[in-house]
Design a protein around this ligand. Sequence first.
Ligand code: PMP
Length: 288
Amino acid sequence: MRIYLNGKFVNSHEARVSVFDHGLLYGDGVFEGIRSYDGLVFKLREHIQRLYESAHTLMLKIPMEQAELVNVVKQTLRVNQLRNAYIRLVVTRGEGDLGLDPRKCGRPTVFVIADKIELYPKKLYEEGLALITVATQRNVPEALNPQIKSLNYLNNILAKIEAITAGYEEAIMLSPSGYVTECTGENLFIVKDKQLLTPPPYIGVLRGITRQAVMELGKELRLQVREELLTRHDLFNAQECFLTGTAAEIVPVVKIDGRAIGAGAPGAITKKLQRAFHQLTKTAGIRY
Ligand code: PMP
């Protein structure tokens, strides 16, 4: 496997970053997870835009233009001869000293890994997922805005550990006032009476690229699509519920905190959206 690292392609065993890199020491950096489908990178410009916005908020200057980074992603896929891939794009503050001061970091570290996509088990999509809400609250936007896709994922990892400890695969994280935010690596939607609802970014969620695509598909399917504050009660009494994310795509949720959602099986609108989403991945990508 060939990795893009700071301007060069190197073999994976040579792709090394310093122990003084602030991405490693402090989680000071940003990243994207991107996917390609049969030679098309899905929503690549949107992912690159989100990466630059995350970096801008951190005052981390990515040492190349967006168009150049788009080309680096495409080149990494070509070099590795991948048609269906998962791409990890990372920019860290770079190598510094043991203090926090970002001014000590000379130049950001940029790397791109493209690997074969590890698909989730088919069973997950056919049977749906059972979720649990956890005690670990989602980071508040006033402290560390979840809209920043930073290398600091401990908030999410703590929630994931809680879910796993309780015997579940995935967690629902709440805001400090008890509103639903998102899962540890996916956004959440519910369906009720032809409405497609998802929490608004200001409550503390990542503006998912899949989330955005699904909101647009929902409108095409003539659903009323809205960002709305949701409580656990809203989730328990939804007709359908599903999660969205680049790697997982659209995952049906059939149970939350022991309550069956709708009929307790993947819903009709969820299935329609899954089909529409697959169709979109065949046309909406950038060729490489
Ligand atoms: N929320 C979080 C916390 C995430 O990490 C991710 C995926 N990286 C998502 C939502 C889904 O975002 P996207 O659809 O852009 O992959």
